[in-house]
Write a protein that binds this ligand. Structure first.
Ligand code: UDP
Ligand code: MG
Length: 188
């Protein structure tokens, strides 16, 4: 019950910056076990499934907040802003290969989210991936129309993890095996 699986994707910024190894190694060192891993260049169709249209109002709300924060007037609706932010995100997600992984561990979903840090790198604490490897803000990305570059996607909760793992990996791409240190970092 305490052992979970979570999806982690190194986004195109992490791949193109050449820090795939460093990022993976953070999870490995923490004792999280890689049970699936592949590099792939996702299609527009696939990216639309990963970031479904129902995220538009939420993304639009965030974009509105971003504009407000910078005192920028806009006559666009929340829906319009959400659509263009999702478009930027889809473009970013498909601009180069990504590395997708499934990690297994105790409370893996929450433990990984903590390591990744909050969505916007400018407020992500040092010690988190987004706080150590980036400094831009989601507001900056909204204004520049560049898709939120924050290095990693990690499932937000257990339900999301199950759905996302089923989307990204087939059953025969996931493996059960023991790590040599497992009795110390997970259990006998
Ligand atoms: N995103 C964005 N602009 C925003 C908020 C989010 O471009 O104002 C992007 C960013 O890449 C983020 C992704 O949309 O990682 C999914 O958003 P979510 O709120 O699920 O953030 P996460 O779970 O990745 O922290
Ligand atoms: Mg999310």
């Amino acid at each position: 019950m305490t052992i979970e699986r979570s999806l982690v994707v190194i986004k195109p910024d992490g791949v193109q910056r050449g820090i795939i190894g460093e990022l993976i190694s953070r999870f490995e060192k923490r004792g999280l076990k890689i049970v699936g891993m592949k590099m792939l260049w996702v299609s527009r169709d696939f990216a639309e499934k990963h970031y479904p249209a129902n995220m538009i109002p939420i993304l639009g709300g965030k974009s509105l907040d971003n504009f407000k924060e910078f005192g920028i007037e806009t006559d666009k609706t929340r829906e319009e802003l959400g659509e263009s932010a999702r478009e930027d995100l889809l473009k970013f997600t498909t601009e180069s290969p990504v590395v997708a992984m499934v990690f297994e561990g105790v409370h893996a979903v929450k433990a990984i989210r903590k390591m990744v840090g909050p969505t916007s790198p400018h407020v992500a604490p040092a010690g988190t991936i987004r706080g150590d490897y980036a400094h831009l803000s989601m507001g900056h990305c909204t204004i520049e129309g560049m898709g939120g570059r924050n290095l990693i996607h990690a499932s937000g909760n257990k339900e999301e993890a199950e759905k996302e793992i089923a989307l990204w990996f087939s059953v025969d791409e996931l493996f059960n095996y023991k790590r040599a240190d497992e009795k110390h970092v997970i259990k006998e």
